[in-house]
Design a protein around this ligand. Structure first.
Ligand code: NAD
Length: 503
């Protein structure tokens, strides 16, 4: 049976994936994976133990001995076949992502359609990677080569299980590395399927490997001796631990962490366009993206009209069965997430904020009455010291705060220590650009939000992490540059016989 179809059937558990095949875990424990739309158990996956991690890293080393020696032009052909197989499976992969994450099928179809682009892009630019050569002082030529690193660890979250993995994996593989993936314990299914599709596409065994499990498995992978790069997307608290472990081992790392994305709405904005765009920013993926528009900072002149119209649009969002074409927003990922959203709403109200949307509880028919649903919720008059203004909710709960002038808008936007996404809405391009220079963040959109492309560099600063996804920066991060210094000067020097040439 087709591997995606097999995993679409509830209860499929073929084990871990390494060395080009599914493998039984050395451990006895499994992790339960639920469908967040119904809270029913969808399947289980192994909770990988240290021996599993060692075996997967060993397989990745064996794969590396083959993969790293294939020329970038030939590697690109393998990767294009991988992209083609993913492209053929888009409808089924979208179903799988929806079943496990609860994200609406409309979202997942749109997202899956773009996945092959990352593989095509990185395999393409890897073919164009050129070293340099310099004629330098004293009769030397310095030549630089890019080299791959070895097996690398990719640790991913549950909110975009395939997209975030492919962003990392495409760069890592195109650079000539092999990978061991540790997907989120909440959404580990599609990464296993992707690894099997990589083998079907003809990638050598051991190039793509997956160990499922939670933080303990992740920590074991980061600690494995033959892992030479650690690329994490996850929460800031996780980032601190993983970066410390990478530092201890002197292994390079990328940390794509949390955020509290500000949206600045200027008084001259095109209101209709801004409301449509920021509704998407706030509530796509049920507000569960690292760049979710979480705190709206709105000019006082348009504050009342903007908040009223935004609340009306939010209340009109259709929530329910994520598999239904008409559903616009699914549940959040887990009961813990649902509880966190409920607590944050209650706290904001206790702090004095005013709830203006999502006032009616979600009433859904069975089996969705047991799902982890939260209605799109907007709280206005949130103050910069409120918890809702400062902490990541990771759910469809947003704050709105008025501002008087640009200085205040920037002060509000830069409150706290996150620095990931920002969007600025204004028809005055000079003002929008001026504000973009003043905000802290790694990705700033002007008059749009959330747009992502393999060529648009992505990454945060401060508590949102370091390192980049997308673009040449991501490819080069997965490589090291070696200098080869060639003597072209005639003869030789003998320092201890009186030569004075130095350096
Ligand atoms: P998480 O931090 O709980 O988990 C992320 C991954 O790290 C999982 O695979 C988890 O098992 C693993 N992990 C946890 N503790 C570990 C440890 N000590 N050692 C090794 N691995 C460990 O995050 P999550 O709940 O899956 O995802 C949500 C978070 O991710 C949010 O904070 C969100 O903002 C962030 N995120 C950031 C980006 C970005 O591009 N910056 C994108 C998406 C999500």
């Amino acid at each position: 049976m087709d591997i995606v179809e097999e995993y679409l059937k509830a209860g499929t558990n073929k084990g871990l994936y390494y060395g080009g095949a599914f493998q039984k875990s050395f451990g006895e424990q499994s992790i339960v994976v639920r469908n967040p739309a119904t809270s029913e158990v969808f399947t289980t996956v192994p909770d990988a133990v240290e021996n599993d991690v060692d075996a997967a890293v060993f397989a990745a080393r064996a794969g590396y001995e083959i993969w790293s020696k294939i020329d970038a032009i030939d590697r690109a052909q393998y990767l294009r076949r991988f992209a083609d197989i993913i492209a053929k499976n888009i409808p089924k992969l979208a179903l799988l992502e929806t079943l496990v994450t609860g994200r609406s099928i409309k979202e997942m179809r749109a997202q899956m359609a773009r996945i092959p682009e990352w593989i095509e892009y990185f395999s393409g630019i890897a073919m164009g990677l050129e070293g340099e050569s310099n004629v330098v002082k004293g009769g030397y030529v310095t030549i630089t080569h890019y080299e791959s690193l070895g097996p690398v660890a990719l640790l991913t979250p549950w909110n975009h299980p395939i997209l975030i993995l492919v962003k990392k994996m495409a760069a890592a593989l195109a650079a000539g590395n092999t990978c061991v993936i540790k997907p989120s314990e909440l959404a580990p299914v599609s990464p296993l399927v992707l690894a099997a599709l990589a083998t079907q596409a003809g990638l050598p065994n051991g190039v793509v490997n997956v160990v499922t499990g939670g933080p303990v498995t992740g920590a074991a992978l980061c600690g494995a001796e033959d892992i030479h790069y650690i690329d994490l997307t996850g929460g800031t608290a996780t980032g601190r631990k993983v970066a410390a472990q990478a530092g201890e081992r002197l292994v390079r790392s990328t940390m794509e962490l949390g955020g509290k994305t500000p949206i600045i709405i200027c008084e001259d904005t095109d209101l209709e366009g801004a409301i449509a765009g920021t509704l998407f920013a706030a509530f796509v993926a049920s507000g569960q993206t690292c760049v979710s528009g979480a705190r709206f900072i709105v000019h006082e002149k348009i504050y009342d009209r903007f908040t009223k119209d935004l609340a009306a649009r939010a209340d009109a969002i259709t929530i329910g069965d994520p598999m239904a074409d008409e559903t616009q927003m699914g549940p959040v990922i887990s009961m813990a997430s649902q509880d966190r959203c409920t607590r944050m709403i209650a706290q904001a109200k206790a702090d004095g904020a005013v709830q203006i949307s999502g006032l009616e509880p979600a009433v859904l028919q069975a089996p969705f009455d047991k799902g982890f649903f939260i209605r799109p919720t907007i709280l206005k008059d949130v103050k910069p010291h409120h918890k809702l203004f400062l902490e990541e909710v990771f759910g469809p709960v947003i704050s709105v705060t008025p501002y008087k002038n640009e200085t205040e808008a920037l002060r509000l936007a830069n409150t706290g220590n996150f620095g990931l996404g920002v969007s600025i809405w204004s028809q005055d391009i000079a003002r929008a650009h001026r504000l973009s220079l003043g905000v802290r963040g790694g990705v700033v959109w002007l008059n749009d939000h959330h747009r992502n492309d393999p060529r648009s560099v992505w990454g945060g600063v401060r508590d949102s992490g370091f390192g980049k996804e997308n673009g040449w920066d991501a490819l080069k991060a997965y490589m090291t540059k070696k200098s080869v210094i060639v003597r072209t000067a005639p003869g030789h020097d003998d320092w201890f016989a009186g030569s004075t040439r130095y350096g």
